[in-house]
Design a binder for this molecule. Structure first.
Ligand SMILES: Nc1ncnc2c1ncn2[C@@H]1O[C@H](COP(=O)(O)OP(=O)(O)OP(=O)(O)O)[C@@H](O)[C@H]1O
Ligand SMILES: [Mg+2]
Length: 257
């Protein structure tokens, strides 16, 4: 069974892409076959996994557009291998055009789901790296996924945006994807030496713990996580014993429970 997981939070810079790369690499380390999909026109995931978005012949955009027109979406032509061991469906800035095209289509929310149809079978996990917005691309991810993981920066202001995200997920559950589940909130960039971060962790568990699971694993603030994508590597390869690597291994283990 393939597990398709959207990594989503409309707030920018909370660790969505970092979580996609390194959770993916940690699942590969556990022997799983993992596909990562870049749904952000900024193409940070594509870059972090060592590919130059401008040099790619095809991106997920062409596959989604083909699916939209009812044509066979040839994902094999889009697929790129990565050093981190995940397969990648890359993005480039052309994906920003999809925001317009898909919004105009009545069934535009299903473009990704339809393009992955039949292709997913070769993978144990498909991780969908969402852009920092609640637009049609994130909606596509939520319509295609079975589960959502929400990275949440351990910062007080970051807590505020989660309600809006949960309401959006609620709407998708009612209309487009009735079986979608929130797998959990993962706290990221936590500096637990500070009282502030410890308070935020506690507040997140209190506020959301009743409605949405919060992972036991906390991803600590770790500069190694910033360095690894600059050379297209996962944290597991770049700094294998770092707190960042240990954090994402623990998250992978928790996901597989
Ligand atoms: N645990 C961490 N410790 C230190 N730095 C981190 C950590 N997680 C992520 N970062 C850094 O924080 C920045 C934002 O992270 P990332 O790109 O993963 O967030 P994002 O939610 O995908 O952002 P966007 O909303 O722009 O897509 C990056 O420079 C990343 O390297
Ligand atoms: Mg990102």
């Amino acid at each position: 069974m393939t597990r398709t997981i959207a990594i989503a939070n409309q707030k920018g810079g909370v660790g969505k892409t970092t979580t996609t790369v390194n959770l993916g690499a940690a699942l590969v380390e556990r022997g799983r076959r993992v596909l990562a999909v870049d749904l952000d026109p900024q193409a940070s995931l594509t870059l972090a996994l060592g590919h130059d978005a401008d040099a790619l012949p095809r991106t997920i955009y062409s596959a989604m557009m083909a699916a939209m027109k009812g044509e066979e979406a040839s994902l094999a032509d889009v697929l790129q291998p990565t050093e981190a061991g995940l397969d990648l469906l890359p993005a480039s800035i052309e994906l920003s055009q999809a925001e317009l095209d898909l919004t105009r289509e009545p069934l535009g929310i299903y473009a990704l789901r339809d393009s992955l149809n039949g292709f997913a079978d070769g993978y144990d996990y498909i991780l969908l790296d969402c852009p920092p917005s609640l637009g049609i691309l994130t909606a596509n991810a939520l319509a295609a996924a079975a589960e959502v993981v929400i990275p949440l920066q351990a910062d007080y202001l970051a807590l505020k945006g989660v309600d809006l995200l949960l309401r959006t997920i609620g709407k998708i559950q009612k209309r487009a994807n009735t079986t979608l589940k929130v797998r959990g909130i993962v706290l990221t960039m936590a500096d637990l030496r500070t009282l502030h971060a410890r308070e935020v962790v506690e507040a997140a568990r209190e506020t959301f713990g009743q409605t949405v699971p919060v992972f036991d694993t906390i991803i600590h603030a770790n500069v190694r996580l910033k360095e690894a994508p600059l050379i297209g590597q996962s944290i597991l390869a770049y700094a294998t014993d770092s707190p960042g690597a240990q954090g994402y291994r623990a998250l992978a283990q928790e996901i597989e429970l």
